[in-house]
Design a protein around this ligand. Structure first.
Ligand code: CP
Ligand code: NVA
Length: 305
């Protein structure tokens, strides 16, 4: 990996992504065969959460443990940054104790500032702008199930949110075709769109059926992300017709995969039937957070074996 941090998907080149996925595959295989990779022996990850989490919290903490290291969970409720201590001081001081920082928060600028003021690698565990660790796990899962990335078509149905932003950037970097279907007013971030629009492999549409036609992988996520709860009712109305269901999936390639970062709202962005038909792929995707993040941490914080 070339960069020092993983703050956004555009930090990674195609070669970086392939390097991470190769190590993640190896770590997954070895773990399934009882072999360990204690690449971060004696090292500590500080984990900052200002939003809820199940997968990110457990996969990072377990990942550090499996790599021979340790993780500390820091939340708003019990750390001084929750009482207004500036990022400059928090990042500077944490860097003197820990070997890496994972941050899940609202503003991308806050994650960027941790990297600016700290001196250890910073990993974005979700901001309003990006969720790069999620997309690494998703790309790993697609490769496992469909044996390729480049040349496949992925489509996004729903909100042009953090996961969508990272999917567009990551999938295009890997040579995939990307179609996003978002209702008006819910487009991906302008910075992501500006770059993607220059790539003929990218298309944005208002019609989920147009996006789904012949797609190899269908992605969706909640209509209301963390921090947007006050808009829930309006969003439910605005996303009418943007549900991933069996009818929509019938337009896709024969062996279509479905990916959902979870948590899911069955009956909203995905029907219960579509979810259960594709649950194995979705749970593999969740599992792969562990393996992909172990690879990222090993490469950024320690070096791979
Ligand atoms: N997909 C994901 O990031 O899940 P959590 O919010 O549970 O961490
Ligand atoms: N888009 C969702 C993803 C949760 C993992 C959110 O930001 O809440």
């Amino acid at each position: 990996m070339n960069g020092k941090h993983l703050l956004r998907m555009s930090d990674l080149s195609n070669a970086d992504i392939l390097e991470i996925l190769a190590l993640a595959d190896k770590m997954k295989f070895n773990r399934q065969h009882g072999l360990s990779h204690r690449l971060l022996e004696g090292k500590t990850l500080g984990m900052i959460f200002t939003k809820a989490s199940t997968r990110t919290r457990v996969s990072f903490e377990t990942g550090m443990f499996q790599l021979g290291g340790h993780a500390i969970n820091l939340t708003q409720a019990d750390a001084q940054f929750g009482r207004g201590e500036p990022i400059e001081d928090t990042a500077n001081v944490l860097s003197r104790y820990v070997d890496g920082i994972m941050i899940r928060t609202f503003a991308q600028q806050d994650a960027d500032d941790f990297a600016k003021y700290g001196s250890v690698p910073v990993i974005n565990g979700l901001t309003d702008f990006a969720h790069p660790c999620q997309i690494l796990a998703d790309l790993m899962t697609i490769r496992e199930h469909l044996s390729a990335l480049a040349g496949l078509t992925v489509c996004w149905i729903g909100d042009g949110n953090n996961v969508c932003n990272s999917l567009i950037t990551g999938a295009l970097t890997c040579g995939m075709y990307v179609r996003a279907a978002c209702p008006e007013g819910y487009d991906p971030h302008p910075e992501v769109l500006a770059k993607a629009s220059k790539n003929p492999a990218f298309a944005l549409t208002r019609d989920p059926r147009e996006a789904a036609e012949g797609a190899n992988v269908v992605f969706t996520d909640v209509f209301t992300s963390m921090g947007q709860e006050a808009e829930t009712k309006k969003r439910l109305a605005d996303f009418e017709g943007f549900q991933v269901n069996v009818k929509l999936l019938s337009l896709c390639a024969e062996n279509v995969m479905v990916q959902h970062c979870l948590p899911a709202h069955r009956g909203e962005e995905i029907s219960a039937e579509a979810f259960s038909l594709h649950a194995a792929e979705i749970y593999d995707e969740a599992e792969n957070r562990l393996h992909a993040q172990k690879a990222v941490m090993a490469l950024l914080m320690g070096g791979a074996d």
